[in-house]
Write a protein that binds this ligand. Structure first.
Ligand code: GLU
Length: 425
């Protein structure tokens, strides 16, 4: 790792190893100039903060750690979500920021990658506590974010409401409303219609193209979705709309499985009323990890990182994996699945629908001119399906898998931009 980073070990973490490992493999494959690859291996700016957080009981004060990492400032403002998670660290956020850079370049939105994180478990917080953490973290990073510098969005453990508090805190600070400082906010504040569904919908737009490659019929194809949050839930809705058969979905309580197909609106209603999937009547309740080994055509890991690993990859029966989460497949699992002939649409392509509609949201905020749902969805479909075709063409030309092909596309675009900008001074 040290030789890979040419520096200290401040970013050292399992996820950063994954991101840099993928990058190194592809940089070699492309014959990328060593001077350029060296620059791309480490984030350009990292902000680490710690701040006090008072619990509702007025007696307990915790010191909380937060991060905002901007991987690449070459292409425009930086862009990426903020996650609230109990184990997030600088290395994880840095890896995710690097993946955001490639993701933005693959779909051609004019941003570099960034990511933020607050090390806290949002499930244990009251609404008031969540609001205090959000506002204080926003103040801590206020000098490094802005509509022309770095634009946060939701990620694991954050949502539209958190983005609304972030927007309000920033706007209070500068003295006027600045909707474009954040995306994934409620439409009432300048959020885009169809942003909430964008990641899940974007994933499913790629199913017909990917199904053609592996020779399955997308209509009636059986689908298992790990996760029923902002990505998994809307992937399930989109899957049902396009007449695939969604047979299993999961959350932290476990998975619901019905080989005849789940009634997704009914599952959604159950979760809205009962919070967790457990107890949903019209399905079997199984262990969440068993979902990966079900006999399905398409698997969509849409929750957290590292769920497909060396101990379960060989048991995967799906022919197609569409990665909704960031980094759901470890490097080792990736090799095993590739050998098994599983076609993987990698995260940096598959889940790029989120940041694509975030880009649309930012454009609408900056122009103060808002689009209809049909306009957003049609443009999203066009960008996702074109990106798939372009990445697939590289995969065919070079005789490589889709992950490496996607990385080549993203890295090439960024490297070209770096070379023409030159070095200051
Ligand atoms: N957090 C999402 C991602 O990982 C969205 C980022 C954004 O919209 O800026 O792609």
């Amino acid at each position: 790792m040290e030789e890979m980073l040419h520096g200290g070990n401040e970013y050292d973490s399992p996820m950063y190893h994954e991101a840099v490992g993928q990058f190194n493999r592809v940089a070699k494959l492309m014959g990328l100039d060593e001077n350029v690859s060296d620059r791309l291996r480490s984030p350009q700016k990292s902000t680490v903060v710690s701040f006090p957080f008072r619990h509702d009981n007025y007696t307990q004060v915790d010191t909380i750690f937060g991060y905002r990492v901007q991987h690449l400032t070459t292409m425009g403002p930086t862009k990426g979500g903020i996650r609230f998670a109990p184990d997030v660290d600088l290395g994880e956020v840095s890896a995710l920021a690097m993946w955001m850079t490639w993701k933005c370049a693959i779909v051609g939105v004019p941003f570099g990658g960034a990511k933020g994180g607050v090390r806290i478990n949002p499930m244990e917080l009251s609404r008031a506590e969540l609001q205090r953490v959000t506002r204080r973290f926003t103040m801590e990073i206020i000098n490094v974010i802005g509509p022309d510098t770095d634009i946060p969005a939701p990620d694991l453990g954050t949502n539209e409401q958190v983005m609304a508090w972030l927007m309000d805190t920033y706007s209070q600070h500068v003295g006027h409303a600045v909707p474009a400082v954040v995306t994934g906010k409620p439409p009432a504040l300048g959020g885009s219609v169809a942003r909430r569904e964008a990641t899940g919908r974007g994933l499913m737009f790629l199913v017909p193209q990917a199904a053609r490659v592996v020779g399955i019929d997308p209509v009636g194809a059986t689908v298992g979705i790990h996760g029923f949050g902002n990505v998994g839930r809307y992937a399930a809705v989109a899957g049902q709309e396009m007449k695939a058969k969604v047979v299993a979905v999961s959350d932290i309580s476990g998975a619901v499985y019905n080989p005849d197909g789940l009634d997704i609106p009914a599952v959604g209603k159950w979760v809205d009323e009962n919070r967790f999937l457990e107890g949903y009547p019209d399905a079997d309740f199984i262990d969440g990890n068993a979902l990966f080994e079900l006999d399905v055509d398409v698997l969509v890991p849409a929750a957290i990182q590292g769920v497909l690993h060396k101990d379960n990859a060989a048991n995967v029966k799906a022919k197609l994996i569409i990665e909704g989460a960031n980094n759901p497949t470890t490097l080792e699992a990736d090799d095993i699945l590739r050998e098994q002939g599983v076609f993987i649409v990698p995260d940096i392509l598959a889940n790029a629908g989120g940041v694509t509609v975030s880009y649309f949201e930012w454009v609408q905020d900056v122009q103060k001119y808002f689009w209809t749902e049909n306009e957003v969805v049609a443009r999203l479909r066009e960008i996702m399906t074109r990106a798939f075709d372009e990445v697939h063409a590289i995969a065919i030309d070079e005789g490589i898998d889709m992950r490496n092909a996607a990385l080549i596309k993203g890295i090439r675009r960024v490297a070209d931009a770096k070379l023409v900008r030159g070095i200051f001074p």
